[in-house]
Ligand binder design. Sequence first.
Ligand code: SF4
Length: 344
Amino acid sequence: MADEELAEGIRRARERLGREPVILGHHYQADSVIQFADYTGDSLELSRRAAEVRDARYIVFCGVNFMAETAAMLCDESQVVCQPAVEAFCPMAHLASPEDIVTAWDALTGVWGDDLVPITYQNSVAAAKAEVGRRGGAVCTSSNAEALFRWAFGQKGHILFTPDEHLGTNTALAMGIPQDEIGLWDPVHPPNPQTLAHCRVVVWKGYCYVHTTFKPEDVDAMRAKYPDARVVVHPECPHDVVAKADAYGSTTRIIKYVREAPSGSTVVVGTEWHLVNRLQQQHPDKTVVPLRRVGCRTMGMTRMNHLLYVLDGLLEGTPRNVVTVDKDTTYWAGIALERMLAAN
Ligand code: SF4
């Protein structure tokens, strides 16, 4: 089917379904899909939205799997969450298995006793969030990682952060924790936990393959090409990239940064390509350039035909690509997620 036919099919399905479905779209989704979203946002905003849209019978989540799982855990039991491209998952979310988190937890509590709080990035599987919730921990996003670190240090003296080494490191450094008090937990080759005894934060050896593509030399090259440019990057980038940027933050912060840049200015953006491309189109009075053109393959998996497939299922009264999470996981992960939603 041609794109225009697919778009027309989606529009017609939306009309017939009225307010029954709400379509949520992450900022990294392609324009062809995001044009149909009722709400767009970063993962914190979309989590909040999923918890709030109680009048919609269906939540159609255009994003990756951990986001749809989170929506399924935060929405009302009567609501159904569908993910148009069920095979779209975040590779980083699978770098911290629940079993490996328990292994790390047991090793580190052997050093610090119970003076430890686990925090998992939202980019993690539901079962990992549940292990964190069971141990008194919380979920965070790139929008509120610092707030959750502050919350954790209000409870205990140490943090185990999974699964993104770079978000964890950037957050700890921004809070004034010296590099030598930030330890690394490699789940494939776990360190002797005693070697981490002096650390206040232990970060997981996991990464986003999109944001770790950016190198400090990319910032140097862009500054040479655009001497007056401002550079803004995502905190999933390695610290040597963040340190060379003028600003860093979540996708929402990046969007705000570009919006607030003076007309006629140049902004170099280090994050996923679909968002940078959209910012270019939305701000024709500014020069918005990617630090490097890198797309997230799995975020880009959702296409109009997937969305139409899910909406057609709703029209037939047979939801397709339904995402569910079992009750026990939902209970414990829900505790960790509620802490995320409560954080300022
Ligand atoms: S951009 Fe990175 S963190 Fe986000 S979904 Fe893709 S791989 Fe995962």
